[in-house]
Design a protein. Structure first.
Length: 222
């Protein structure tokens, strides 16, 4: 399982890429024709034959990668977010090398999963519905009908993180309160036992519970 192609485009015009662009050019063109507003955020994924086509569009730029269809979608979008973060329009002509490095890195999904975080962008990526384009093609439908089952992703990572932190804090305070209640109950039980044994004034325990024996001299008569 690997990422086969990565590209950056300004709207539909490819600025830089890494991988066999000509092999997928027709499908890429058809997919990008579906988008009118390239300034709006779009995050979509499609499946056709043995490949998945993953698209991130924002602020007039298109970030896209093609991977084996079994490659994890969240890993593909992690790479797209990373490329978006690194991309500098002024250095577009030299950006292919950066895309190549990220493709190599994110092709190893097991290694990426071991990282301490799959970048903040992974928190934004929930399940992305995939459409089997082959089934639609076989029905003879036009490409502009191929997107009916795809889903926009509308969860922001910041909101997700805040809710996770709030939940963690609530659980921590609940555990603290539980231990305080248990501690109070244990101390109460100990107090009841001590009062039962020693009395309210602790008079029964003041001399260690020992009664002094009378003392005196005995005289032996011979």
């Amino acid at each position: 399982m690997a990422i086969i192609l990565g590209l950056v485009a300004q709207r539909r015009t490819v600025l830089c890429h890494e991988g066999p662009l000509s092999k997928f050019k027709k499908i890429i063109h058809g997919i990008l024709e579906e988008f009118d507003d390239f300034n709006q955020l779009h995050r979509k994924s499609y499946v056709y034959d043995e490949y998945s086509y993953n698209v991130l569009i924002e602020n007039g730029y298109t970030f896209m990668c093609i991977a084996d269809r079994d490659h994890k979608t969240r890993i593909c979008f992690a790479m797209l977010y990373k490329i978006r973060e690194l991309f500098q329009p002024a250095a577009a002509s030299r950006f292919g090398r950066v895309i190549k490095d990220e493709m190599t890195r994110y092709s190893n999904s097991a290694e990426v999963d071991k990282l301490s975080a799959l970048h903040a962008e992974l928190d934004e990526v929930k399940d992305i519905m995939k459409e089997n384009l082959r089934a639609v093609f076989e029905r003879g439908q036009k490409l502009d009908d191929l997107l009916i089952l795809t889903e926009e992703i509308d969860i922001e990572s910041l909101a997700f993180k805040r809710s996770a932190v709030s939940l963690e804090r609530a659980m921590w305070w609940r555990n603290i309160r539980l231990w305080l209640i248990i501690g109070a109950i244990v101390l109460f039980i100990i107090l009841i036992i001590v009062l039962s044994a020693c009395g309210i004034t602790f008079s029964k325990c003041s001399s260690g519970g020992l009664t002094p024996s009378p003392s005196g001299n005995t005289t032996s008569t011979m």
